[in-house]
Design a protein around this ligand. Structure first.
Ligand code: MIC
Ligand code: SF4
Length: 641
């Protein structure tokens, strides 16, 4: 078996390990963060389970840390009190970005982790199966319920050679994105093998597994080897180590070869992570802002390399350099060893250890700016400045660029980039608050501020559905299009009515008003609809606007599951060319849809009433998903028993 099969089969609750067929797995650990967590805990409360049943569940506060009003702070208070009551650990704001802290302090080889954040696969660096999901799926897992997924096919990413000076783990994943695209990993686990693996440290592996999310992959995983053991020991967690690697005769569905020695610095140009060129090909683009941090690139190793490049130099006069270390542990070590001093002296603006600029929580660039960043997503508008272009690079490229003011290949910089992994990290868990005991929990009050509104719930599916196509969209529409998230909107993650005023506005500002006036309808989309974030809001808000179904060429994995969990039909064109035969404002009808779904139909006739024809659309639902759609979502189905 390969590593993926070993972990999945050890956690298998039902189904067979045949790629594409539905399996259910037991979840050992869960994580939430604050922008999806509020909703996940509201849903957990609605399920009426008093205490979580996982080995460890933890809630991080790392996204909504810009507190320009009471809303974010109220959400934090709700999360702090609801987790304390129900048996969940709390990582306080200031402790760091969920994926970085999970890697340092919580993740364990061989375990399963489900997180309400699409970059949960970061944990795969430690040899665990770590999957991103919607908040509702995470709430179910916290309650001890299994997690359902399509058994992935496993891709062998075979690494040989060794990264050259100035070339980074980020360049490995950017190269994979260039080769495979943002759809290349859908339905797959990217499993890393080969002699190149042992040359990569855990933070470097984490950069690669983190950004596997941008390939659309279910997750990514490395073996657990002596490098893993050394990392866990240095974190004071040697006892969490178990060795785990693929059998000699392990079988994979596909193989991708990467020779690390041949890679050179890469950059993803606006506005897609797979729009990748070499830094050389991109040319000397003039840069206004450089942002270093995010869950992709904010480890101790990353920050030490940045400090080495900046040491004794000054940031270019036209550049604003922003650095956000990934965790309190990283920041603390940088301050103890003087590297922080080197950054500050070079002119860096140090931000708190949080998602920050990556999710548009501050540091929006100027009009038409070129912003070079180390994060994983450069979707349109995500930085908070629509006219700005975001370029994704490694920490080394970002730091070199900050000094020259133009996009710069870091292989030529004068600096000592040989940063050794520490024998011991400065670990300290005093910002991770344990939950109350069961006895204490009974009397604890959960504090709910005025911004926390009830979440919408679907009704049971009607016999037939009809309505207008309210919006026609192209390929690769992201969750940042469907439910934009910047500093002005993130405070409303627990207020769906307010968010609904912004649904799909990056595609068409008139959409929310049109949807409300029509009393609901359908969406029409191209391929890979809903890629990006795990945010369930991208389904809850359309549900609130009475969207009954999405007609698309194809869907991204997490968003499709979120639609079904909330009773919205994900219909795929059997013949992609039929997409062109539909237009915005066309009236469509799905006759006897309830009966068809009940009977297990895998194809659905969809009539374009306006133009007078009927096409076939695929609706490949598992029996469980059919029950969910018929009941009007997961919560209704659970209530029905
Ligand atoms: C993101 O990177 O887009 C986020 C913000 O972390 C999201 C979660 C969210 O939308 O709250 C994700 O990746 O799932
Ligand atoms: Fe936070 Fe950005 Fe990572 Fe999402 S991608 S978890 S916003 S740092």
């Amino acid at each position: 078996m390969n590593v993926t099969q070993k972990i999945l089969s050890a956690h298998l609750v039902s189904g067979e390990m045949i790629p594409g067929s539905e399996i259910a797995i037991h979840i050992d650990q869960t994580l939430t963060q604050d922008s999806t967590g509020t909703m996940a805990y509201l849903q957990f409360e609605a399920m009426g389970i008093p205490r979580v049943k996982t080995e460890k569940s933890i809630a991080y506060i790392d996204h909504n840390t810009l507190q320009t009003g009471f809303e974010n702070a109220d959400d934090h208070k709700y999360i702090a009190t609801v987790t304390r009551k129900h048996g969940v650990y709390l990582s306080k704001p200031g402790n760091g970005i969920c994926h970085q802290v999970q890697l340092e302090r919580i993740g364990k080889p061989g375990k399963t982790l489900l997180g309400s954040d699409s970059h949960t696969p970061t944990g795969g660096a430690l040899g665990m199966i770590a999957i991103g999901a919607g908040g509702l799926d995470v709430a179910v897992a916290m309650g001890g319920g299994e997690y359902y997924l399509n058994c992935p096919s496993v891709v062998n990413v075979h690494l040989t050679g060794e990264l050259q000076r100035g070339v980074a783990a980020k360049d490995v994943i950017l190269e994979l994105l260039r080769k495979l695209s943002v759809k290349g990993g859908v339905g797959k686990v990217m499993e890393y093998t080969g002699p190149g693996v042992k040359t990569l440290s855990i933070p470097e592996r984490a950069t690669i597994t983190n950004m596997g999310a941008e390939l659309g992959a279910t997750t990514s995983v490395f073996p657990s080897d002596e490098v893993t053991e050394a990392f866990l020991r240095a974190q004071g967690r040697g006892e969490d180590f178990i060795p785990l690697c693929a059998d000699e005769d392990a079988v994979y569905e596909e193989t991708v070869e990467i020779n690390l020695s041949e890679l050179i610095p890469m950059v993803a140009l606006p506005h897609m992570p797979d729009n990748v060129k070499t830094v050389e090909e991109a040319g000397q683009i003039k840069v206004d802002q450089v942002c270093i941090g995010s869950c992709t690139n904010s480890s101790y190793l990353d920050m030490m390399r940045v400090a080495a490049i900046l040491k004794g130099k000054t940031v270019h006069p036209d550049v604003s350099l922003v650095i956000a270390p990934g965790s309190r542990q990283v920041l603390s070590m940088l301050s103890a060893n003087g590297a922080l001093h080197d950054m500050i002296e070079a002119g860096a603006r140090i931000c708190e250890t949080a998602c920050g600029f990556c999710i548009g929580m501050g540091q929006s660039p100027s009009t038409n700016a070129v912003s070079v960043r180390t994060n994983n997503r450069n979707f349109f508008g995500r930085s908070g400045t629509k006219s700005a272009g975001i370029y994704l690079v490694s920490c080394e490229t970002a730091a070199a660029t900050a000094l020259t003011g133009v996009l710069t290949d870091p292989r030529g910089v004068e600096a000592d980039l040989n940063v050794a992994m520490p024998e011991t990290f400065l670990y300290n868990d005093n910002l991770i608050i344990p939950p109350a005991s069961e006895e204490e929990a009974a009397d604890l009050e959960v504090v709910r501020g005025p911004n926390i509104k009830p979440f919408p719930q679907a009704n049971a599916l009607e016999e037939s559905l009809s309505g207008k196509v309210l919006l026609k969209m192209e390929d690769n529409i992201t969750t940042d299009h469907i439910m934009p998230s910047d500093s002005s909107l993130l405070p409303f993650r627990s207020n769906i009515p307010k968010l609904s005023e912004h649904c799909l506005t990056p595609v068409d500002p008139a959409f929310p008003a049109r949807a409300k006036a029509a009393g609901g309808g359908f969406l029409l989309a191209g391929a890979n609809y809903g890629q990006g974030s795990s945010r369930e809001h991208a389904a809850l808000v359309p549900l609130y606007l009475k969207i009954r179904g999405v007609l698309a060429k194809s869907f991204a994995r997490i968003h499709r599951a979120n639609l079904i969990n909330n009773g919205i039909l994900p219909l795929e064109f059997a013949n992609e060319a039929d997409y062109d035969r539909f237009d915005q404002a066309d009236e469509i009808a799905l006759e006897n849809i309830r009966q068809l779904i009940r009977d297990g139909a895998e194809t659905i006739p969809v009539t374009n009433v306006t133009r007078g024809f009927t096409v076939t659309m695929n609706l490949s639902l598992t029996p469980r998903q059919r029950r969910m759609i018929l009941a009007g979502g997961l919560i209704n189905m659970t209530r029905q028993g």
